[in-house]
Design a protein around this ligand. Structure first.
Ligand code: MGD
Ligand code: MGD
Ligand code: MO
Length: 764
């Protein structure tokens, strides 16, 4: 008898990729009415003379290859190059109270913003405003604050190096280091954890290293959806017979099997390639335990080898010459019992031993990881344990081996490199002084959590956002929304309307900007910008589409406009000159950051250049001058899960979404169609609560008792292949049960992937 499944829930039995991916692209193109121009646009993605795909930060084979098909890249591009517009008529026809009732999808689907807008509270509408008037209003509000530290300057990771660099120049000249950044919600555990381990907060591998790897481990990332061009790399590696070992609570289809749309044979024969050679469904938040378990098994295998007269299985020469802390690590692992490892990771000892055998049998190992590792209360510790595992066998700083954090936004790494940081180091301050003749404040500013806390507390009164949808991306929407509505000034530089723009302050302004695909013409002619991918490759990006309207400005031009209005000629910065020709911005980037030497010449070579990542060459920029094994005692990440009824919820992305941008309501590979109001649970966890597949339930977020009620109600429970004790639901819907105060104390990364919850049958 066929199971009766909840509405919209099906079994999706195809491999990832394949014809369904091509069909999905055709549908997107049609919906956005960009068929002719759209297809041409797709062909220019990631080409030498084209633009950098805004979809993800995975690198391209030297940006010189032939067209690489990517379904979700195509969605990101067509979403931006849509023929739809939300111009003055749109805002005249809809009050903000009405728009508040629209879905996140509908708000963005209204199309590209075309004119600067100013909120009129009497009419509850955004109304067109001249650029100069908008800049003047912003300047007036910023200059009215008692202290520059009462303003927050958020950056989302799509901003180019040029935009981000000018932004930090403006903000530092204005006088604060309040730089909340999407990276704070994303790979901050990497940016904080890895410098202490290996001296650099970035990955150490290049794309070429994947060709020389003998084993690839994947922890907590979903490439079929979130960095689909990585599937080409994994597909090639799998076909080469390289073991690919996956740790993920959910069986993600693309990690199981994939049909490459480029592969004529697979497409013609409807066949596919198995990707993971072993799939371990770790419990949410069980990675620290799993990593310690693998290391424990590696140390045991090493001891056996030594006893048998072998030379051991660790790279003892590397450990002796290049590292500190090995003994302390061995001690910590020795103290950790198999019993606790197995119960917390949810994986058997045999399973972890089999991983250890793959690990020691491979000469070169790469470990890739994403949000499943970083977005935890122990995110930094997770990242450092990955580094420990690699260093045991010298898998760091040599060809075919290393650590590969998979970044999120297409330029989130670059934004950091060119100065978006709330903790400026001496090199940055020296560089700024050298290039601009003033020394910015060195005082620590706010990260994303601190910024939102300050806004909620009424201490910060102005918020400027270079892209993004901060209010919706952050935890605790009730408190966050309310705080934002009490601001004196809110400024959003954006391509499309989203919910954060509806949280109006006393003065609220939206500034429409060009996107990656748009032609950017300044006084000296058409401009290119630059971006840095996950593997530290910097390359140029040049849009070519006619902008959606004549009023739009580029991000650098908008920043320069705000800066000049706010700062006058403070420090003699030539804002117009910098905007006239972006080469001049790049010259200044080079002056501040010597790593960018010869920037304008090197970035003109197809494929660009790689920034120096010292750890890739076994140079360790740590205090000890060596790579450090770092221990983190214990395995339990969460003191909050004291409740015996608690489940650990992870919040994830569907296939048809880009962060808070919801392209559509399907999550094809997980078999969810036309809805997002679901929670995936183990059938036995449901039964244990007297519930079953398809029941409507309420979800309560547990947190330190702060009086707040965190609730998502009336969602449908979907019995799913997920470990007991774990549950999964979609971001951002589930943000209502995430507490702002629940974050990694070392990096400030919210624990979006380890949310303690209880559930019960829906009350209404
Ligand atoms: N199309 C598309 N592309 C994107 C994005 C997008 O939204 N859409 N977002 C961009 C951004 S900003 C980012 S940061 C990246 C995000 O890319 P990912 O890191 O892939 O993001 P998530 O969907 O959050 O999923 C993480 C994966 O971790 C698994 N997971 C959840 N909890 C745990 C855990 O506790 N342990 C382990 N081992 N695994 C776990 C989930 O099942 C899921 O497969 O993608 C970027 N690219
Ligand atoms: N529960 C939960 N919450 C999460 C996460 C999670 O996994 N779970 N993930 C976190 C992560 S990894 C991240 S990175 C954040 C994402 O946080 P953000 O980066 O703040 O959010 P996005 O949804 O990427 O922003 C979308 C908006 O960006 C604007 N935009 C798009 N393109 C451009 C452009 O070219 N220029 C400008 N100026 N604006 C543009 C559009 O107006 C669009 O509405 O969310 C975090 N929140
Ligand atoms: Mo991200």
């Amino acid at each position: 008898m066929k199971d009766q499944r909840p509405e919209g829930i099906e079994r999706y039995s195809h491999p990832a990729g394949g014809w369904d991916a091509l069909k999905a692209v055709a549908k997107t193109l049609a919906h956005q009415q960009v068929v002719a121009q759209g297809t041409m646009t797709l062909l220019k993605a990631n080409q030498p003379e084209g633009f950098d795909c805004p979809g993800c930060a995975w690198p391209d084979p030297k940006h010189t290859s032939s067209f690489e098909f990517c379904e979700n890249g195509a969605k990101a591009i067509t979403w931006e190059s849509t023929a739809r517009r939300s111009g003055p008529e749109f805002f005249e026809s809809h009050t903000l109270s009405e728009l508040w009732g629209w879905s996140d999808h509908a708000l963005e689907d209204a199309g590209r913003l075309t004119v600067p807008l100013h909120y009129n509270a009497d009419r509850d509408r955004y109304e067109p405003i001249e650029w100069d008037d908008a800049f003047r209003l912003i300047a007036r509000e910023l200059n009215r604050l008692d202290d520059p530290d009462e303003a927050e300057f958020y950056t989302s990771g799509r901003a180019s190096n040029e935009a981000a660099f000018l932004y930090q120049l403006f903000v530092r000249a204005y006088g604060t280091n309040n730089f909340p950044d999407c990276s704070n919600m994303c790979h901050e555990a990497t940016s904080v954890g890895l410098p202490k381990s290996i001296g650099v907060g970035k990955g150490t591998v290049t794309l070429e290293d994947f060709d020389h790897a003998d084993a690839i481990f994947s922890f907590g990332h979903n490439p079929g959806t979130n960095h689909p061009r990585m599937m080409t790399t994994l597909h090639t590696a799998a076909r080469r017979g390289v073991p690919i070992v996956v740790f993920n609570p959910l069986k993600e289809r693309a990690l199981e099997r994939f049909a490459a749309p480029q592969d004529a044979v697979e497409m013609a024969t409807l066949s596919s390639t198995q990707i993971a050679s072993a799939y371990h469904q770790v419990r949410t938040g069980g990675d620290l335990a799993a990593l310690k378990g693998i290391m424990k098994a590696v140390l045991e295998l090493d001891a056996i080898d030594l006893q048998a007269g072998g030379a051991g299985l660790l790279d003892r020469a590397f450990i002796a010459e290049h590292t500190t802390g090995f003994e302390a690590l061995v001690e910590d692992i020795g103290r950790t019992s198999w019993e606790s490892i197995v119960s917390i990771s949810g994986l058997s000892r045999q399973a972890l031993e089999s991983v250890a055998r793959i690990y020691v049998n491979a000469k070169n190992v790469i470990v890739c990881y994403g949000m499943g590792i970083t977005q935890h209360a122990k995110g930094t510790a997770n990242v450092q344990q990955i580094a420990n595992l690699l260093m045991l066998r010298g898998n760091m700083g040599r060809p075919g081996a290393g650590i590969a954090p998979i970044r999120g936004h297409s330029n989130v790494q670059g934004d950091r490199t060119v100065g978006i940081t709330e903790i400026p180091n001496k090199a940055l301050l020296d560089g700024m002084e050298r290039a601009f003749g003033f020394r910015p404040s060195g005082e620590k500013g706010h990260n994303a959590i601190e910024a939102v806390e300050a806004i909620i507390a009424g201490k910060s009164k102005a918020l400027v956002c270079l892209g993004g949808n901060l209010a919706v991306a952050m935890p605790d929407p009730d408190a966050t929304f309310e705080g934002m509505r009490r601001l004196d000034l809110a400024v959003h530089i954006a391509t499309k309307l989203n919910r954060s723009h509806l949280l109006t302050a006393r003065t609220s302004i939206i500034l429409p900007c060009l996107g990656r695909t748009d032609l950017d013409t300044q006084a000296s002619g058409p401009q290119a910008v630059t971006v840095e991918d996950s593997m530290s490759m910097v390359h140029a990006s040049r849009g070519f589409l006619n902008p959606p309207g004549e009023m739009l400005k580029s991000e650098p031009a908008i920043i320069a406009g705000m800066a000049r209005a706010t700062l006058g000629d403070r420090y003699g910065i030539d804002w117009e000159g910098l905007i006239a020709d972006y080469d001049r911005i790049r010259d200044k980037i080079e002056e501040v950051f010597p790593d960018f030497h010869d920037f304008n010449r090197r970035v003109r070579k197809p494929g660009g250049f790689r920034l120096d990542v010292a750890a890739s060459f076994r140079r360790w920029n740590t205090e000890s001058g060596k790579a450090n094994f770092l221990t983190s005692t214990g395995l339990d990440e969460d003191p909050l899960v004291g409740n015996p009824d608690a489940l650990v919820l992870t919040t994830i992305r569907a296939h048809d979404q880009y962060n808070t941008t919801v392209y559509g309501m399907d999550d094809r590979y997980r078999g969810v169609f036309g809805r997002r109001d679901v929670i995936f649970m183990n059938r036995d966890d449901l039964a244990g609560r007297g519930l079953k597949d398809g029941d409507r339930i309420d979800i309560f977020g547990l947190a330190k008792d702060d009086g707040a009620r965190r609730l998502v109600s009336g969602f449908t429970a979907v019995a799913y292949d997920i470990p007991r004790g774990s549950a999964a639901g979609y971001y951002p819907e589930m943000n209502a049960v995430v507490a702002l105060d629940h974050y990694d104390r070392l990096s400030g990364t919210p624990s979006y992937k380890g949310v303690p919850i209880t559930i019960s049958a829906a009350s209404a």
